[in-house]
Design a protein around this ligand. Sequence first.
Ligand SMILES: [Zn+2]
Length: 378
Amino acid sequence: MGLSPMSMYGRIAAQVLTHLVTEAPCCRRDLADVLAVSKASVSRTVMPLLESGMIREGKPVERAEGGPGRRKVPLTVRPDCVYLLGTDLEGGALRACVLNACREVVAGEVWAIGPDWSRDRLLLEWRNLLERVLAQAAVPAGCLAAVGAGLPGVVARTGLATRTFLPSGHWSELDAAEPLRALGVPVAVANNVLCVSEYEQRLGLVHQERSFLSILIRYGIGAALYAEGRQFSGETRFAGEIGHMRIFEDGPVCTCGLTGCLDVLASGRTLPSLASMESAERLAVLRGRAQALGRGIANLLKVFQPPAVLVNGIYNPYAGEFQPLLAEAIEAEFGNLPLVRPRLLFGEQAEFKSSIGAALRAGAEFLPDFFAARMGGI
Ligand SMILES: [Zn+2]
């Protein structure tokens, strides 16, 4: 059964709006390219959206390739026409933020996880946090389209459960369905390192990069590989558990029960307070941690050689000191192998990076239906 012209424009309009919310601002020609429709179809779709005020034209910019009449007019969606909720759980903290349709954080909070919190307490506090940021953002009824969440640990492609190590010093099976489903909107979850990588692909440092290794070091350490613009994963589950890659056989005992894991040597869980250290002492700590991390990264680079390694998390405020130490440590692990030295990229500091990435990821999945349901009149 073919689509009527009306419903076809509705469908393209929903795709245009979704793209404008979940990616950087875009012009008509680029929209036609990414959505694989004609520029005429995009222009016909955009016209009533502009007239209704749902989208706006920004200031024209010259195209990099130049030429007369080759000016881009970026389009943006009216900020208050849809909202996304992003949240993430890591070993040390819960974060949540609300994004408007221009990807601006309109409300956000970070709650440290107490050392005495049980699993039930954690889930209860998470739900309280989500309700609080939604109230702060004053999202109008019916305008919250989806919630995206970043989780630590091995996360199945379907389902909202993970197994994680909490500051109380024990492992816990966590089912995030209770706090996340309570909001009554569609939910998408993924490991935190994937959420941060989505942020960087959509808005950040690897926007033009097809192939890269992404590392996120917070309470734990996660890694993900991207090639041809897509993330590698297993058939059903994603295990970016580079933190439990064993670096030194006789090292300290890790939370996983083995010895000498990268997690013990370089994670936020075991990091002393760098801010209170003299610079010489801090440099010595960073050097030791860079050596362990460099060995882990080099081990991955011996299998897969992307042109860039993207680092996010606790060392990024010290990137000036840490970046050369890490480059040196990776180099030392290459021996005399003729391997390509990747560019080491340190992401900008942004508290809600994982939450924003999770929200945009959920938006890309659920906004087409959300907008399509509102496009009936077009
Ligand atoms: Zn371990």
